[in-house]
Design a protein around this ligand. Structure first.
Ligand code: ZN
Length: 389
């Protein structure tokens, strides 16, 4: 039986992984009595918190859906992992060296396409792309960044890279690192053609898209060459790691700031997130190739710890006690339409919601923030709950 982790190591992982920390990455937790924290349940849709965490005994329980368990089961349930994978994930995070029962050994390479293998492939790919940015062929990508006032430091901070033209630069690199065809296909890093697999991203500027824990789970890629017949932006397809309806670019950098400031700024694209963070708007995120939808709303609401109780106070007193969700979009027609569509989702928020639309019709990344000027947008406080219609 492959991958049986020694029981004592499982115990060490369970003891060392702080449940409030792990849960806190996904759910805003607030004190609720002695040795108890509560927040919005990530496993069912709710507006008043019934999800409790007790750090002292390392347990969680939801009185709404009646689910409960320890830190391992939380990770299993949240990420859809098996027990062994969840323990391996937590071991990696807490620096526990796992030992396996005789004759079983780690599952790496055994279970093609396992979550850990996919994460490994993404880590190797992200590093490969970042290195290519400094290559002679990467000049066009460096120019793109320079034109938008992003220097080398900014590129490194965000892990920006370059996918070489040609068909198999990454493919050969990953094969050389021992990844199998099955793993590469499952990773979404390659496409399947009639004559085999080939690089999905070619001749593009690359942004690694990371989850809340900072693991790269996909890539966003922008066209750089005139003769490129593909779309302007191309992202990782749906994989076991990457669900476009849930991912938010920049969430790894913004997570702590969102919880701290009770604010989230939703901008339109990768360069907007970079520009925002570099100019001090550290709660900025963007969706990846899709509109801000219901699943994003759920992710954001849990992070803000939005509750109907606070919203009630907010609406009756007019005070802004709830979290703040700010949408910013291009001032052009398409951008405004996108803003309004996202705005339509805001009835799912009890927090204050603003739509901010740039006045002169300029890209956020092309003005204002980098120059350190005052916000250039016009603010329209609103939300269907507080409007009269
Ligand atoms: Zn629940």
């Amino acid at each position: 039986m492959a991958g049986l982790i020694k029981r004592e190591d499982v115990e060490t992982v369970r003891a060392r992984a702080r449940i409030d920390e792990i849960v806190g990455e996904h759910v805003a937790l607030r004190p609720a009595g002695v040795d108890s924290l509560k927040g919005l349940c990530p496993f069912h849709d709710e507006r008043t918190p019934s999800f409790h965490v007790r750090p002292q005994i390392g347990r969680w329980h939801c009185f709404g859906c009646n689910e409960g368990g320890d830190v391992i089961s939380f990770v299993q349930k949240l990420d859809g992992l098996g027990f062994t994978e969840a323990v391996e994930y937590l071991a990696a995070r807490t620096g526990v060296q796992l030992r396996y029962e005789e004759g079983s050994g780690p599952r790496r390479g055994v279970d093609a396409g396992s979550r850990q293998r996919l994460l490994d492939a993404h880590r190797v790919a992200a590093q490969f792309y970042a290195e290519q940015l400094t290559s002679p062929e990467g000049a066009v990508a460096r120019e793109f960044l320079a034109e938008r006032s992003f220097d080398r430091g900014a590129a490194e901070q965000f892990g920006v890279g370059f996918a070489p033209t040609g068909w198999d630069a990454l493919l050969r690199h990953l094969r050389g690192r021992g990844f199998t065809e099955g793993e590469l296909t499952a990773s979404g890093l390659v496409s399947q053609g009639q004559r085999g697999i080939y690089d999905r991203f070619r001749g593009r500027l690359i942004w690694p898209i990371r989850d809340v824990t900072g693991e790269t789970i996909g890539f966003g890629a922008r066209r750089l060459f005139e003769d490129d017949q593909g779309p302007k932006y191309l992202n990782t397809p749906e994989t076991a790691l990457y669900k476009k309806s849930q991912v938010l670019y920049g969430i790894d950098l913004a997570r702590r700031e969102i919880a701290k400031h009770r604010q989230i700024v939703v901008v339109e694209g990768y360069t907007d997130v970079m520009a925002a963070h570099l100019s001090g708007v550290t709660t900025a995120v963007a969706t990846c190739g899709t509109a801000f939808g219901e699943d994003h709303v759920r992710v954001v609401r849990r992070m803000l710890g939005d509750t109907s109780a606070r919203a009630g106070v907010q609406l009756s007193s007019g005070a802004s006690l709830g979290g703040e969700v700010i949408f910013t979009f291009d001032g052009d027609a398409a951008g405004q339409k996108a803003a309004l569509r996202a705005f339509g989702e805001d009835q799912r928020f009890f927090a204050q919601t603003f739509v901010a639309i740039e006045a002169q019709g300029l890209d956020p990344a092309s003005c204002g923030w980098l120059a350190g000027r005052k916000p250039w947008w016009t603010w329209s406080p609103g939300g269907s709950r507080s409007s009269s219609s």
